[in-house]
Design a protein around this ligand. Structure first.
Ligand SMILES: Cc1ncc(COP(=O)(O)O)c(C=O)c1O
Ligand SMILES: N[C@@H](CCCC[NH3+])C(=O)O
Length: 430
């Protein structure tokens, strides 16, 4: 792999020197290549347009939810999916057209549902019976009609890490199909005058590398609707398209997934004599994952002869929990000279008080010294989004880069931000 560099041999992002970014904004620093984000969004849209089928590409904001990314999604005229009042609030504050939002989640609160209805969220993807009842009450009281989809748990196991697989029957998400709960939900929803049931949704999991699960899922949703004597307007097959983190990952082009789903649903529409349903997909990771990277400053090291060399950087599990949570692998490069020859094998650890605080389990790197900048690649999805203040470390700043320019889109958290909600304790002995 050859990494993009400038005349100083420094790693670049869309033409911008990462060493300069680290100097300007400090580290750890999450950096996004917005040109690449737009390219991926457009590539997804183009597949459907070439096939001339009605579609919605809905960016799954959980992968990275900030005002700036919702603004890019709006500029590219794609939809977005939110999963909490907080994500919805962020999208609203970004002036994202709420009609283009869908709202997923397995335990939306009454207040969140009211917020969604009041703000004109286009589609609520109803997950369970309580939600169906709450939404029925809220829409009746406000005398509005709300578009909904029903989320089904399809009983399809995706071959991915157990914790990010959601389609299997033993899952907290969606109405169970096998036991008839999905049909019961359909019977309730279709009769409700304030709910406009537009279609079905099922998401089988994340970081998936073959199309068969998506084909099965699309076919199952169509067959299910047909078996209920119903022609759905929308079939939403979720997200989950796998990306490359390391050489172990061999992702398919986004077109393969979309093509497979389109082909199956075209066949089903012909078989059932339906108008072609709108095909919705909800990619998160594949849109922002490869476009993001995190810059860190090299600090201490510990070499244990015959055992392992640890290289510590100034971030860690607080800005990327995925290695600790899923044993996820990443690739790291020395940003000062990414194409230099490797000289040693190291484990890149963070600065958190946990043995599991690892960013890269094993990496070949050139010799490094304190103060060098390392970049961990492909951290754009579920990195900053899952960041925490563990050990009271502030969360990094986020910078967007496009056409040689750069801009902070999330400021670095400060110590003061972190204690801003703390109160002095006044009840105990003085
Ligand atoms: C309902 C739903 N849609 C979309 C996504 C996005 O998945 P990914 O980021 O893997 O594309 C998820 C997360 O797995 C999800 O739960
Ligand atoms: N957060 C997970 C994926 C879960 C997706 C949400 N349904 C990850 O980092 O891979």
């Amino acid at each position: 792999m050859t990494y993009p560099t400038n005349e100083k041999q420094h790693l670049t992002v869309d033409g911008v020197d990462t060493i300069e970014l680290a100097k300007t904004y400090g580290t750890p620093l999450a950096v996004y290549d917005v040109t690449l984000i737009r390219k991926t969004m457009r590539a997804f849209k183009r597949i459907f347009e070439q096939e001339n089928v009605p579609y919605v590409v809905s960016y799954a904001g959980k992968a990275f939810a900030t005002k700036a990314i919702y603004q890019v999604a709006a500029q590219e005229n794609i939809h977005a999916d939110v999963v909490s009042g907080g994500e919805l609030y962020t999208a609203i504050k970004a002036d994202f057209p709420t009609q283009h939002l869908s709202f997923n989640g397995n335990n939306k609160s009454y207040d969140e549902l009211v917020m969604a209805v009041e703000n004109g969220v286009g589609t609520i993807i109803v997950d369970n019976f309580l939600e169906l009842q709450l939404l029925s009450e809220i829409t009746a009281e406000k005398n509005v009609i709300q578009d909904i989809l029903l989320r089904i748990s399809p009983g399809i196991s995706a071959h991915t890490h157990e914790f990010i697989s959601t389609g299997q029957q033993d899952s907290k998400f969606g109405f169970d199909l096998q036991t008839g709960q999905a049909k019961q939900a359909y019977d309730i929803a279709i009769k409700d005058n304030h709910l406009h049931l537009r279609g079905l949704h099922a998401h089988i999991g994340s970081q998936i590398f073959d199309v068969t699960g998506f084909e099965k899922n699309a076919a199952l949703l169509a067959d299910t609707a047909y078996s209920w004597g119903w022609q759905p307007e929308v079939i939403n097959t979720g997200g989950g398209f796998g990306i490359r983190y390391t050489d172990e990952d061999q992702p398919l082009p986004e077109s393969d997934f979309a093509d497979a789903i389109i082909r199956v649903l075209k066949e089903k529409a012909t078989q059932y004599n339906w108008a072609m349903p709108e095909i919705w997909i909800e990619p998160g990771r594949s849109i922002v994952g490869p476009a993001g990277q995190t810059l860190y400053t090299v600090g201490s090291r510990k070499d244990i002869p015959g055992i392992r060399n640890y290289l510590a950087v100034d971030g860690g599990m607080g800005d990327n929990i995925r290695p600790a949570l899923y044993q996820a692998n990443y690739e790291a490069v020395l940003a000062n000279q990414p194409n230099a020859k490797s000289e040693e094998i190291v484990r890149i650890a963070g600065k958190y008080c946990e043995s599991g605080d690892v960013l890269v389990w094993q990496e070949e790197l050139p010799a490094t010294k304190p103060g060098d900048i390392l970049s961990v690649l492909a951290t754009g999805a579920y990195g900053y989004a899952m960041a925490s203040n563990y050990n009271r470390n502030p969360r990094p700043a986020v910078v967007f880069v496009e056409n040689g320019q750069h801009q902070v889109v999330v400021e670095r958290e400060t110590f003061e931000h972190m204690i801003s909600l703390d109160q002095d304790y006044t009840l105990g002995d003085k």
